[in-house]
Ligand binder design. Structure first.
Ligand code: PLP
Length: 385
């Protein structure tokens, strides 16, 4: 019998039983830069690790199965994943991107378009008229980040992808904030889904990595060419660690999400909080679209304290469990101050437009006991009164 594996089964079983040499249950890690060739003129599946490596392939296959694609390129970081994707563009091609995307993506896109690598326009993807208008300019690629980092706006992926298809544009979705357990952009019509695997996919805050998955053969051929030519590839050790972390993806994501739902509700009712950005709240403007296109609301929450910006330090200093750090998606809870950390490189004007105020904090909710997380936040919030 051949079991048509569900996603949880496919990731737990990824690569198991592939070691023909010693029958190791877990697939071994291939720490080698090169492979011996059988003889002059002979071809082998593995020849040089920049081009292909078995450990990287195990991770790529596992991500492809989760995302429902036809192939994946594993890269050295999330930024390397975006770098790889934008190599599909030529200098005259127009890329449309959300004005409130991850700050470092924003910075890289601006810097490369200024150098003439492609044309760039930032738009408001949450405004249907603005999206329609942008497509009249015949873009070659549209970049979506949903939920967006950090204010958790929700773009209608299926609608944008359908409009892109009509004008021949490639739809790319940054799926970092949810992971394929909670959102599968390819099934909504996107051509490419990519991740900073540094986050939920690896899930243990101990590597930096990225991946790009596509549903199209022509795109996969181009991505593989550029990944190899530019050397934008993930290391075997990091690939091994990421696959190891991914085996518990579903358990981690669901526990963190349960915690996040309770924390968002507490923050929403707290007198020292003036706004909460969590798509699971019915008051969130993207709630309905999120409920339609996601399999859950995720473990990321942003909120603004109802206090002068000078109180931000007292709030942070009072926290014991939430560590002040960049990154997200690990088993441990983290807090980030986007205006001075992840989004500082956007500049004040772009930050104001994107809703990144000095009172805004972003939480990455971990899998700790919910009562401890609530107690930590409630104690710290009492300091801003
Ligand atoms: N995309 C999003 C939404 C992110 O939050 C990040 C990093 O925080 C990246 C991309 C970049 O990933 P990396 O730090 O692995 O290069």
């Amino acid at each position: 019998m051949t079991i048509n594996k569900r996603r949880r089964t496919s990731i737990v079983q990824a690569g198991i039983g592939t070691d023909k040499a010693h029958k190791a249950v877990m697939p071994p890690i291939y720490l080698t830069s090169t492979f011996e060739i059988d003889g002059l003129g002979k071809k082998a599946p593995y020849e040089y690790s920049r081009t292909r490596n078995p450990t990287r392939d195990e991770l790529a296959n596992a991500v492809t199965a989760l995302e429902g694609g036809i192939g994946t390129c594993v890269t050295s970081s999330g930024m390397a994943a975006l770098t790889l994707i934008i190599h599909l563009l030529n200098p005259d091609d127009l890329l449309i991107a959300p004005y409130d995307c991850y700050g470092r993506s924003y910075r890289m896109l601006c810097a490369l378009s200024e150098k003439g690598h492609f044309k760039l326009e930032f738009i408001d993807q949450y405004d249907a008229a603005a999206v329609k208008e942008a497509f009249t300019k015949k873009p070659k690629m549209v970049l979506i980040e949903s939920p967006s980092n950090p204010v958790m706006r929700i773009a209608d992926i299926a609608s944008i992808a359908a409009q892109a298809k009509e004008c021949g544009a490639i739809t790319v979705c940054d799926n970092t904030f949810l992971s394929p357990m909670l959102q599968q952009p390819l099934s909504l019509g996107a051509d490419i889904s990519y991740h900073s695997t540094t986050k939920f996919l690896n899930g243990h805050t101990d590597i930096v990595g990225g991946c790009v998955t596509t549903s199209r053969e022509d795109i996969l051929t181009d991505l593989e060419f550029w990944a190899n030519s530019l050397g934008l590839i993930g290391a075997p050790f990091d690939s091994y660690m990421t696959l190891r972390g991914m085996r518990t993806l579903e358990l981690r994501v669901h526990r963190a999400q349960e915690n996040a739902e309770q924390i968002a509700t507490m923050l929403d009712q707290h007198k020292n909080v003036r706004a909460v950005y969590y798509p699971g709240l019915k008051s969130h403007p993207g709630h309905e679209i999120a409920a339609k296109q996601q399999d859950g609301f995720g473990a990321m929450i942003s909120f603004e304290i109802d206090a002068p910006a000078e109180k931000a330090a007292a709030f942070i200093d009072a926290l014991e469990l939430f560590r002040l750090a960049q990154s997200l998606g690990g088993t441990e809870s983290l807090i980030n101050h986007p205006a001075s950390m992840t989004h500082v490189s956007m500049g004040a004007e772009a930050r104001a437009k994107a809703g990144v105020t000095d009172q805004l904090f972003r939480l990455s909710i971990g899998v700790e006991h919910i009562e401890d997380l609530l107690a930590d936040l409630e104690h710290a919030l009492a300091q801003v009164a």
